[in-house]
Design a protein around this ligand. Structure first.
Ligand SMILES: [Fe+2]
Ligand SMILES: [Fe+2]
Length: 274
């Protein structure tokens, strides 16, 4: 069983013609089917798919990891290139989300209304449950918080029932491909906490083969949180780790130092065969 993962949007641009932006989009191909995990924030994922020789019209569905613009802002660009597709998202992903610090208040949620999304997609599945999106490929659903070092994140808020409050990120999900050698886990930003995500997947899969995506260990993540996350990765030793998007330079360097050649920092255009 071969699983191919192509990074179509990331903060870091790959060589020559690939573009980068703050965002994430990853195409997963497994057993002749393919699924797009997140869409980036603009047309970068569409551009990079063309450069990669990937025909977006052929993929089978889209999942949105959580309701931030850098994961869902490119949705309409993707749909206009790919045609209507089936879309999966958590209901709380549609809540307005904000970055707030001092006098700054910036909208960072999904920049489309639910009705516009529904009319552009073939079908929209809005659910908080773990769901199979393709044979052997599933959403984690909501991630239980079990660690004591992965709590609320400063400056990130949502509006729930008319009230602005720290975002609990109940909408944050990851995508899991089950293989005979363990689970391949694709995160979005891992706002639930990477270790919470991996512990949740381990309850059903037993082993983690690979971790790919954002880990939210950049600005604002304490040295203790980075250390504890790396301790856990050393304990479970995935054969491949591809940190990208919001992982941050500091955590990425420490990850490479501690887990050596298991770690390949991501960039657009990167293809990973597992
Ligand atoms: Fe993000
Ligand atoms: Fe995010």
């Amino acid at each position: 069983m071969e699983v191919k993962v192509t990074i179509l949007c990331d903060n870091l641009a790959g060589p020559v013609s690939f573009k980068g932006e703050h965002g994430l989009a990853v195409l997963v191909e497994v057993e002749g089917k393919s699924f797009l995990w997140d869409c980036g924030q603009s047309d970068v994922a569409v551009h990079n798919a063309k450069i990669s020789g990937l025909d977006l019209r052929k993929f089978d569905g889209i999942g949105i990891s959580h309701g931030h613009f850098d994961h869902a802002g490119g949705l309409m660009e993707v749909l206009s290139a790919a045609g209507p597709k089936k879309l999966f998202m958590h209901p709380k992903a549609l809540e307005p989300k904000f970055f707030m610090a001092g006098n700054i208040k910036r909208f960072i949620g999904i920049p489309f209304q639910k009705e516009a999304i529904q009319s552009a997609c073939a079908d929209v599945v809005i659910s908080s449950d773990a769901l199979e999106v393709l044979p052997g490929v599933r959403l984690t659903g909501e991630v239980p918080r079990v660690t004591d070092f992965e709590g609320f994140e400063a400056n990130l808020y949502c509006r729930t029932d008319g009230e602005i409050r720290p975002d609990p990120f109940t909408d944050d999900q990851s995508l899991v491909v089950d293989t005979p050698d363990g689970a391949i886990v694709l995160t979005g930003c891992a706002h639930s906490g990477l270790v919470n995500v991996l512990k949740h997947v381990l309850r059903s899969s037993g082993k983690i083969k690979a971790v790919i995506g954002g880990t939210h260990l950049g600005l604002g993540a304490s040295p203790e949180r980075i250390d504890a996350t790396l301790d856990f990765l050393e304990e479970i030793l995935p054969e491949r780790i591809v940190p990208c998007h919001c992982t941050g330079m500091n955590a990425t360097i420490q990850m490479v130092q501690r887990l050596k050649d298991r770690v390949i920092p991501g960039q657009t255009g990167m293809m990973i065969s597992l």
